[in-house]
Design a protein around this ligand. Structure first.
Ligand SMILES: *Cc1c(COP(=O)(O)O)cnc(C)c1O
Length: 217
């Protein structure tokens, strides 16, 4: 199947309330343009330099999502244009995003990444750290960032029960926060291998790469 065909097929399976971020990391601009020409306007990248290179040459009605781990010293390169940062996992990073957003006269939308997997390698906050950040005086001073939701990655496993348990855990945290007055609308969970399960557990945004663009080297 072509990129356009895969994209259209996946989109046709998504409920209306679920947004697709097409994860185009490592893929050439020509591949992204094929998805763009098939109607895709949200692209997810995990390296700031690569995303910026693509942003410079591609149409300006694209929403660029940073889905990877963000190094504080590189925030400035994406601050002029990034539309959503998925993987925010510290107050220090929020403060830097806020500072760079202010320099660009912008408010940058962020998702806080929650650690839900049983793996050492995944980034994210636990529930206590999340509460600590949101209730801190430093956080309340940040006027140029907006927390619009949460993001999480399940354990890399074939065990569907395990993945489901982790997605449901994240959904529970999301719902709890929503009752505490935060205007959260985005729950970013689900990738090529598990997005249907993620949607059944309450995901509102899926990040799909290889099922659209093919495998990465
Ligand atoms: C690469 C990546 C994806 C997409 O993974 P696929 O399995 O190719 O769909 C989603 N989320 C994050 C954070 C990623 O790094």
């Amino acid at each position: 199947m072509s990129i356009a065909q895969s994209l259209i097929q996946i989109k046709s399976q998504l409920p209306n309330h679920v947004t697709l971020a097409a994860v185009s990391k490592t893929k050439p601009v020509a591949d992204l343009m094929e998805a763009y020409n098939a109607g895709q306007r949200i692209f997810g990248e995990n390296k700031i330099q690569e995303m910026t290179d693509k942003w410079e040459v591609m149409p300006k009605d694209i929403e660029w999502h940073m889905i990877g781990h963000v190094q504080t010293n590189k925030v400035k390169y994406m601050a002029p244009y990034v539309s959503l940062i998925h993987g925010v996992d510290s107050l220090k990073l929020l403060q830097e995003i806020n500072k760079q957003a202010a320099k660009n006269n912008r408010v940058i939308n962020c998702l806080l990444q929650i650690y839900i997997a049983e793996e050492e390698s995944k980034f994210g906050l636990d529930e206590q750290e999340l509460e600590d950040i949101l209730s801190s005086a430093e956080f309340k001073q940040l006027k140029n960032i907006r927390i619009v939701g949460l993001m999480g990655m399940a354990t890399f496993t074939e065990n569907k029960n395990q993945i489901e348990k982790e997605f449901k855990h994240l959904k529970t945290i999301f719902d709890k926060l929503k009752t505490q007055n935060y205007e959260l609308k985005t729950l970013s969970m689900g990738m090529s291998g598990d997005y249907q399960l993620a949607i059944s557990c309450g995901s509102t945004m899926v990040r799909i790469g290889s099922s659209i663009f093919g495998g990465r080297n």
